[in-house]
Structure formats: C-alpha cells, structure tokens
Design a protein around this ligand. Sequence first.
Ligand code: ZN
Length: 260
Amino acid sequence: MSENASPAPLRVTVWNEFRHERKNPAVAAIYPNGIHECVAGVFRDANAAAGAGDAPEFAVRTATLDEPEHGLPPAVLDATDVLIWWGHEHHREVADEVVARVHARVLEGMGLVVLHSAHLSKIFKALMGTSCSLKWREANDKERLWVVNPAHAVAAGLPEYFELPAEEMYGEPFGIPEPDELVFVSWFTGGEVFRSGACWRRGGGRVFYFRPGHETYPTYHDANVRRVLLNAVRWARPAGVKLSARCPNTAPLEPLPVAA
Ligand code: ZN
C-alpha cells in the first residue's frame, strides 16, 4: 500500500436512450442489457484489469431516458466527472430542463463524450451551435477509421487505422464548428469520408464526439472502439477547477483615484 491517499475515482455516467434494445430483438441480441451496460463495461473492465491492490480508476453508473429526470437529477450530475451520451430516435423527449442542467455542468468543467446518432441530441447541438447534420446510409458499409492525430491522448494505444466490418455510413459535410482537435477520419466502402473523432472545449469542459455505434451492429464490443471510449473519458476528465457562471460585481484590489 502506498502511503499516499488513493486518488478519487473518475466518476463516469453512461446515458442511453434504451428504447431500441427493448423493442427490436436484433438489437437486444447484441446488447441484452442495453448499450449503456456494454459501454459501462469498458470502465468496469479497466478497474478489473488493474492490480489487485490498486484503487479503482473509475466509478461507473448508468442513466436512461425513461427514468425520472432521465436518470440525471442534479445530485447525479454533480457527482459526474464525465458523461457519455447515446441517443437516436427520441432526442425530443429529453426535457429541456435536463439539457440545460447538463449544459451548465459542461461549462463548469464536466467532460462529455457524445456517441454516434447523438450528433442530433439537444445537448450536442446546444454546445456546438450549428446544425450537426450529415449524410447517412444503412447498408453494411465497412468503416475504416484513420488515426489522423496519433499523438493525441484519445488515440493512445491504437494502430494507424482500424476497421469495423459493417456499420452505418455517416458522410461529410458534417455540420459542426471547426474542431479544436481532430483525432479520427473515417472512410466507408461507398466512398464517403467523415470526421469521426473530434474534440472541442466549451467553458471549462471538454467535449468529444465519436461516430461509430449504430445499434444494429456490435460496435461497442469492438476492442479498438472500447479503447477509444476509455481514452476519451480519461482525456475529458475535469481539470479540477469548477468554473462559475456568475457575473459578480467586484471590489478593486488597489485604491482607486477619487473621481473629480
Ligand atoms: Zn445509427
């Protein structure tokens, strides 16, 4: 045991719409406990892989659309360092009050990892301020993700490129503001390309968008995808400073000249 106190675990909340898995047997076969449980497993696996005497790196919880307040009451968000968001067909059912709460937490410093069809989620569109639109096709394209920024923390441990044998295609132009950092560019069998891993800073928070993850493919079981999720959460961890949105009137530090 180290004499130093163990670092507090990084608190990760995985949010999922959790509707496809309950109405489509093909999706349930891939994600029997929901996409959120599969993604949460990335962090549970990392804890399990650490040494027996090591403190867990992550504290993981999940939240879903149909829970009260979508599973994201203030107490949960206040106890979340990085929030992961998967949504698709029911973005409009997410209460504006909850979106505003998540938005405020990102500006304060909480990290946000936005997955796949959550490009049209209320929270991502609010943070980007743009359409977040794209082209799409469900036709079993192969996706090849090129690591265009191998020195980036989100690319740690990844090969030069990796492939998903079948995925939904997303194509440019992607209606996002210019990313602060671009980590992945995808190529698809049909010939399109897409900025599939991109980083922004919003206030004190870090935002990462990651494209793969259509619900009818086993994408979140893929080892490279799981590596990206692990890296992205580590990258998006708060800096340890909670930014305030207040605009306080403030006294001068030095005596001011008396006005004539
Ligand atoms: Zn999709």
